[in-house]
Ligand binder design. Structure first.
Ligand SMILES: Nc1ncnc2c1ncn2[C@@H]1O[C@H](COP(=O)(O)OP(=O)(O)OP(=O)(O)O)[C@@H](O)[C@H]1O
Ligand SMILES: [Mg+2]
Length: 476
C-alpha cells in the first residue's frame, strides 16, 4: 500500500514538482498540499497522511510547529525539508525525532523513508493525541505564538506524562561534564560525581548510574578507575552497523550501494534497544557504577559517525539508568555538542587561570547566542588554592552569571593526583576531605536526592520554556 504524503509548504512550485515526480511512484502518493498552519491541522485530520513534509511557512517557527504536530500525531513520520544552511543543525532536528532532507528533495529519498519501519516505537511515544489538540488560534488561522514546547526526546518526556501525572517516580538525568580547556579536571569531576551518585539511594534502592566517556580518541575514564577497556563504545558501534546492514538487506537493498543520504535515512529511523546497553559496559565493582568506556584503539574513534552517537544518546535516554554522566573532551566537535544538547544539566569546569576563564566566557557567549538554557549550566571552578588572583565574585561578574547562580568551588588537593594514580576515587576515601565535600555539594545541587518529584516538576516546567527558545534559534 502506498504511503500518503502531506506537504506543508508555501512554495507551491516546489510542491507541484514533488507531486509530478511522485506521479508514478508505487510507494508514495501525495494526499494533500497546504500552505498555512490552520489548513495543515485540518488536513492532518481529514487526509490521514502517513508522512508529512514541513517546509517554509512565513511567521511560523517550523521546529515548534513540527514538534506540536508530532505530539498530536505521534504515529506519523515528519520530515523537515531544509535548505543546505539549515542542515548544520541536523543532529538537533534528529534529536527532535524529525527526519531531515535537503531541498531539492528527490523522490527516491521519500520512497526510501516510506519503506522504513515505523521510525518511533509506540511504547516510547505513547501520548494521547487529544492531550495536544491544536490551539483554537491555529484552527482559526491566526498568527500563532510560540507555545511552550519541549525539545527533549519524547520518550523521556513520555515517562513523565500519564494523564498529567508522573508515571516514572524519578526523572532520569543526563549530565554532561564539559570544560573548553584541557586538563582542568573534567574526568576527575565526572568520576567523582559518578561514584557519589552510585552511593546514593532513592526509595531504598541504589541509584543506577552510568558514566560515559565521550573523549572518543583519548579517553581515560576507565584508567582512572582501573577498569578494563573492553567492551567499549566501539564494540557497540560495530554492532549498530551490523544491525543497520541487516535492516537494509531485509528490505532487499545492498548496504554497500546506498547513497550516504539513504544510509542516513535508515540510521535516523533506527532505534537501538536500551536493553542492549549492558552488553557494552564495564562495572566498577566497589561502587556498582557502570561505565561505557571510549575505544581502546585511537583508530577506532575515526570510525565513529554522528549517527552512531545520536543513536547511542537516544538509547541512553530510554535506558533504565537514573543518572547518566558524560565526560567530554575539551573541544567543540559534534560528539561534544550532541552531549551538551542532549543533557538536562551541564557542569562547566574551569580552573582559576585566565585562559580557562576566557574560554568558558567564549563558550557561554556562544551558548547564549544559541539561547541555550543557561539554567542547565552549573559552573565549577576546580583546583582553587587558598589565595587566588581572581576571586569567585570576579569570575562570576566576568561570566555575567545570573545573581542566583553560584560557582561551585573545588579545592586543589594533593590527594587528587594520588587518587587518580591509584584508581581510587576520593569519594571512596574514608573520612572527610575538602575536595570530597565540595564534590558532594555539587552532586546535591545536580540531583537533590529526596526531592525527586519536585525536581521532576521543575525540570519539566523549565524545559518547556527554555526549549522553545532553542528551537527559535535553530529554525530562525
Ligand atoms: N582538585 C584537584 N586538585 C589537584 N589536582 C587536580 C584536581 N583536579 C584535577 N587535578 C589534576 O589535574 C589532572 C587533570 O585532570 P583531568 O584528567 O580530570 O582533566 P580533564 O579536564 O579531564 O583533562 P582532558 O581535557 O585532557 O580530558 C589530574 O590528573 C589531576 O592530577
Ligand atoms: Mg578528561
Amino acid at each position: 500500500m502506498k504511503k500518503r504524503l502531506l506537504i506543508i509548504d508555501e512554495d507551491t512550485g516546489y510542491a507541484r514538482r514533488v507531486q509530478e515526480q511522485l506521479q508514478d511512484s508505487k510507494l508514495v502518493e501525495i494526499c494533500g498540499h497546504v500552505t498555512r498552519e490552520d489548513q495543515a491541522w485540518q488536513m492532518l485530520q481529514s487526509a490521514a497522511p502517513d508522512m508529512v513534509i514541513i517546509g517554509e511557512i512565513t511567521g511560523v517557527e517550523r521546529g515548534v510547529l513540527s514538534q506540536r504536530f508530532r505530539l498530536a500525531y505521534p504515529h506519523l513520520s515528519f520530515i523537515a525539508a531544509c535548505t543546505p544552511t539549515d542542515l548544520a543543525w541536523e543532529p538537533f532536528f534528529r534529536n527532535l525525532g524529525i527526519w531531515v532532507l535537503v531541498k531539492p528533495i528527490v523522490p527516491e529519498q521519500l520512497e526510501a523513508l516510506a519503506m522504513m519501519p515505523q521510525a518511533v516505537s509506540g511504547e516510547a511515544r505513547h501520548i494521547k493525541p487529544e492531550t495536544f489538540a491544536p490551539p483554537q488560534s491555529a484552527l482559526h488561522g491566526q498568527q500563532m505564538h510560540a507555545q511552550p514546547v519541549s525539545t527533549a526526546p519524547l520518550q523521556h518526556e513520555a515517562a513523565f506524562m500519564d494523564g498529567g501525572m508522573f508515571k516514572q517516580p524519578f526523572p532520569k538525568r543526563l549530565i554532561t561534564v564539559y570544560g573548553p580547556k584541557g586538563g582542568v579536571g573534567k574526568t576527575f569531576i565526572s568520576r567523582e560525581l559518578a561514584i557519589y551518585f552510585s552511593l546514593q539511594k532513592r526509595m531504598d534502592r541504589p541509584i543506577r548510574v552510568l558514566a560515559v566517556d565521550f573523549n572518543l580518541d583519548l579517553g581515560t575514564f576507565a584508567t582512572t578507575l582501573n577498569l578494563a577497556r573492553t567492551p567499549n563504545l566501539f564494540t557497540w558501534i560495530q554492532d549498530i552497523d551490523s544491525q543497520l546492514h541487516r535492516l537494509v538487506q531485509s528490505q532487499g537493498r545492498n548496504p554497500f550501494e546506498l547513497t550516504s543520504d539513504e544510509w542516513q535515512a535508515y540510521a535516523s529511523s533506527y532505534r537501538l534497544s536500551p536493553h542492549d546497553i549492558e552488553k557494552y559496559i564495564v562495572t566498577h565493582v566497589e561502587s556498582g557504577l557502570h561505565v561505557l568506556t571510549s575505544p581502546r584503539d585511537i583508530r577506532h574513534s575515526f570510525e565513529i559517525r554522528n549517527y552512531h552517537l545520536y543513536l547511542i544518546l537516544e538509547a541512553l535516554k530510554q535506558s533504565s539508568y537514573d543518572v547518566i554522566l558524560i565526560d567530554t573532551a575539551p573541544d567543540t566537535t559534534d560528539a561534544t555538542i550532541q552531549a551538551l544538547f542532549f543533557a538536562e544539566q551541564v557542569v562547566m569546569v574551569g580552573n582559576p587561570v585566565v585562559d580557562s576563564i576566557e574560554n568558558i566566557q567564549r563558550l557561554l557567549k556562544l551558548l547564549r547566542e544559541a539561547e541555550y538554557p543557561e539554567e542547565r549550566i552549573q559552573v565549577c571552578m576546580n583546583r582553587l588554592q587558598r589565595k587566588e588572583m581572581f576571586t569567585l565574585e570576579e569570575i562570576r561578574a566576568y561570566f555575567q552569571l545570573h545573581p542566583s547562580k553560584k560557582i561551585f568551588p573545588i579545592p586543589d588537593d594533593a590527594e587528587v593526583k594520588k587518587s587518580i594514580n591509584t584508581g581510587t576515587p576520593v569519594m571512596l576515601h574514608p573520612g572527610k576531605t575538602a575536595a570530597k565535600e565540595a564534590i558532594e555539594e555539587l552532586g546535591k545541587a545536580l540531583l537533590p536526592v529526596g526531592q525527586e518529584e519536585q525536581v521532576g516538576q521543575l525540570a519539566k516546567g523549565k524545559g518547556k520554556k527554555e526549549k522553545t527558545s532553542l528551537l527559535r534559534w535553530l529554525w530562525s
